[in-house]
Design a protein around this ligand. Structure first.
Ligand SMILES: [Fe+2]
Length: 572
């Protein structure tokens, strides 16, 4: 029997000073890693307690761990039947808190892998949280506060009426899950209530406490909460988890480090990312092997530990791997960090350090039906933009002298020129790896290889062609951005030009003048022009077959957020 509970009941805000006599749920539960026989559930509570997650008579208990004034738990449920669906519930000190009483959403489910059915993954990026009503649901052109219809919210409202078998196997969130420099209204009011925002860093999120409010405001919406409780999620961060242009260049980092407020901000960003996103990304084996998590669970208050960790990984990113992988049967997803672990030494830049790159190469080795490479930043941009970025990197490194170097850096920051193309060595290495996988040098050539990305506030599907007869797998770049943050018109036109022949020729000329070697690959859009709407994309992978569908968010005739198909294509 399906029961419905109202999760619109008021939630306790994070760090509330007035404590209830019994512990309450603050945020979550989020269903994170799900395997054939197990699942991990993440949540935040308002006080220390014993958390139990249960499926029928199978249950697992875990005490919360503390970070400052906040309490969290990661509970692993084991011994589940492969390829099955189960309703689950959560108790805090034996009091049932989830599903919440009176919800209008269906019970939260765990759907284990291993049923042999087609794998369905939903992906997207860039979501600013705001109410689902005017003026926020209007376009930016109609109202400067407008962000358009929230595609993630529209998807949640659709999925609530679907059967368990129709739910996606995972939601892949490719960066900018939260906007630290553009906080939602509730977080903004909290920030204004605790410090003078006329002084730097102004109305940006400034420390861990403010980050907890940012995550709460971004994920507390009942529909989003239900979605995240019932569809497993895989996440990776991008710049807006910290600030616009985070880690764009060595000189940006040096300048930013001189600000007195920076340490608190970056420590808050890394600590909150580790707690709210990264922990749940990990497999049970990785969780069990994590020395840091073990120390966190064994400490009275993990804040000093995590503060030290966050400061260290900011100052010395080498040696910390944010990348991870997940397998969905014979489909492998490698989520590659392309923001937090950058090596920024001008003239020797790379997206990740050597150790992390070796890990990526290793995980791309094996026999897969399909290989998916998740990276917040597109690898294959519009050719004009790609060549512009490769040229700009060379100019910033000094190939045209000191004067041009300073000018190049200004251009880099004003136009956000920091994608894979502007880490040209990493781009070449990644293209080489894809070429070897597609040619069957790392295992059987997959039926398809698709790069999944976000960030650029427009979306597209590009098909790549190698000038190499040994390449057998079709290779694609799929970009889904934004879920909710439509780009104003001016930048949209610049992105449009990047796909034109004129844009490509101009970029080719510039890059040739700077001595850039272009790899043996070209790529083109599989449709007439990029999409600039808020939208969400779906991949369906069934044996050797793969299909991608893009759905735009819109307000239907009843005034409700909805989705409609704008594109569909068989990839293999
Ligand atoms: Fe971004």
């Amino acid at each position: 029997m399906l029961l419905f509970w109202d999760i619109r009941a008021p939630l306790r805000s994070p760090g509330s000073e007035i404590r209830a006599a019994v512990p309450e749920l603050v945020l979550g539960p989020l269903l994170r890693h799900v395997g054939p026989t197990d699942a991990t559930v993440w949540l935040e509570t308002d006080s220390s307690c014993e958390v139990q997650a249960s499926v029928g008579n199978i249950s697992q208990r875990s005490p919360t761990f503390r970070v400052g004034d906040h309490h969290y738990a990661l509970v692993r449920i084991t011994d589940l039947e492969p390829g099955s669906c189960f309703e689950y519930e959560v108790t805090l000190d034996d009091k049932k808190v989830w599903p919440a009483a009176g919800s209008s959403f269906p019970p939260s489910l765990i759907r284990t892998l291993g049923g042999g059915e087609a794998v369905k993954l939903v992906f997207g990026s860039c979501r600013i949280s705001a109410p689902h009503e005017p003026p926020y649901s209007l376009s930016y052109e109609r109202d400067k506060r407008g962000l358009g219809v929230d595609a993630l919210y529209a998807m949640a409202m659709r999925l609530r009426n679907r059967t368990a078998e129709e739910l996606p196997h995972a939601l892949v969130l490719l960066g900018d899950q939260v906007y630290a420099h553009k906080p939602p209204q509730g977080a903004l009011e909290f920030i204004r209530s605790r410090r003078d925002t006329s002084k730097p860093p102004g109305e940006e999120v400034a420390d861990f406490e403010e980050y907890t409010r940012l995550y709460w405001d971004s994920w507390k919406d009942p529909a989003i909460r239900w979605l995240l409780s019932t569809v497993p999620s895989a996440m990776i961060f991008d710049d807006h988890e910290v600030s616009d242009d985070w880690n764009i260049s060595e000189s940006w980092l040096e300048e930013t480090r001189t600000h007195p407020w920076w340490n608190a901000e970056i420590i808050g960003a890394h600590t909150s990312y580790w707690v709210y996103q990264h922990l749940g990304n990990l497999s049970p084996e990785e969780i069990a092997a994590s020395k840091l998590f073990k120390k966190v669970r064994n400490s009275d208050d993990a804040w000093p530990l995590l503060r030290e960790f966050a400061y260290r990984v900011h100052r010395t990113p080498r040696g910390t791997r944010w990348s991870y992988h997940r397998d969905f049967g014979r489909v492998r997803l490698i989520m590659m960090d392309s923001r937090g672990g950058r090596v920024l030494d001008e003239g020797n830049r790379s997206m990740v350090d050597d150790e992390e790159w070796a890990w990526i190469e290793d995980k791309a080795t094996g026999h897969f039906d399909h290989l998916l490479l998740g990276t917040s930043l597109p690898v294959l941009l519009g050719p004009g933009m790609h060549l512009l970025q490769a040229w700009n990197e060379a100019v910033c490194a000094g190939v045209w002298g000191e004067g041009a170097k300073r000018w190049g850096e200004r251009l880099r920051r004003s136009q956000d020129l920091d994608h894979w193309a502007s880490f040209h060595g990493s781009f070449v290495a990644l293209i080489g790896l894809i070429q070897r996988v597609a040619a069957g040098e790392k295992g059987n050539p997959p039926a398809s290889i698709t790069i999944l990305s976000g960030d650029v506030h427009h979306g597209y599907l590009a098909e790549a062609r190698f000038r190499d007869d040994n390449v057998q797998s079709p290779v694609y770049q799929a970009v889904c951005s934004p879920l909710r943050n439509a780009l104003p018109g001016r930048k949209s036109r610049l992105q449009d030009v990047a796909w034109t022949r004129i844009g490509e020729l101009a970029g080719r000329l510039l890059s040739r003048l700077a001595g850039i070697e272009v790899p043996d690959i070209d790529w083109h859009l599989t449709h007439s022009e990029p999409w600039f709407e808020n939208y969400v994309a779906t991949l369906e992978l069934d044996g050797p077959h793969a299909k991608i569908t893009s759905k735009e968010a819109f307000q239907n005739n009843s005034g409700e957020p909805d989705l409609r198909r704008i594109y569909e294509r068989n990839l293999s």
